[in-house]
Design a protein. Structure first.
Length: 218
């Protein structure tokens, strides 16, 4: 079947948007974006805009239920760094959205977001604990994609700023453990690293291959 196609989407709940307006905008956006491919990545539920966590989760699930999802496309809910009133920083939020929506959804975990939200991915022990917690709360069978990004900020700061693979606060040990973790062997990895300091996407891809112990395929 080849490799899945991952397509980014905007957040469900931009800050300050009335829920009714966001529902309308997101439903219209879903109808416009009938991309070819097997998967579409959905951004985090985002801020609950004063509705509270429970209300925000209900609103996110409701907005997802209004999407007209074409056959062959799976919507992925992405983890968030969890700043302010944003949702998706806790695995419980992701599990609740999946549970409350009638759609067949899956999850995309961003390593920089998870780290910023308080999941320590900088050590072997931390990665093992995080993977186990995700499996217990959400289920590894629902993990369809990992955004492999290092973080420019410490664990638990809720600051979302990506760094080059192995050169941020997650570091070499954490990145290598994620890339070689047995439970994640069949999960696709996608880079969202910066292009700065003379380091391109190609540099980060080669760095990820190096840490994973892989040879170039071409």
């Amino acid at each position: 079947m080849g490799h899945p196609l991952f397509v980014p989407r905007q957040p469900l709940y931009p800050k300050g948007r009335p829920a009714r307006e966001v529902h309308r905008l997101d439903a219209e956006g879903g109808r416009r974006r009938r991309q070819a491919g097997r998967r579409v990545r959905q951004r985090p539920p985002c801020a609950h805009t004063g509705a509270g966590v429970e209300g925000g989760l209900d609103n996110a699930a409701s907005a997802l239920d209004e999407l007209d999802i074409p056959d062959g496309v799976t919507v992925l809910v992405e983890s968030d760094a969890g700043s302010g009133t944003k949702l998706g920083g806790e695995f419980e939020h992701l599990a609740e959205v999946l549970d409350r929506s009638s759609q067949d959804l899956e999850i995309c975990v961003d390593t920089a977001h998870a780290f910023a939200a308080g999941y320590d991915l900088s050590t072997v022990e931390g990665v093992n604990e995080t993977v186990s917690e995700f499996d217990e709360v959400v289920g590894l069978d629902k993990l369809a994609c990992i955004h492999l990004n290092d973080s420019k900020h410490d664990c638990g700061t809720n600051k979302d700023e990506h760094a080059h693979v192995g050169e941020g606060e997650i570091g070499v040990e954490g990145m290598q453990t994620i890339l070689t973790h047995e439970a994640l062997a069949d999960v696709p990895f996608v880079l969202e690293t910066p292009t700065e300091d003379g380091k391109s996407f190609e540099w980060n891809i080669e760095r990820a291959r190096e840490l994973a112990g892989q040879e170039r395929s071409d």
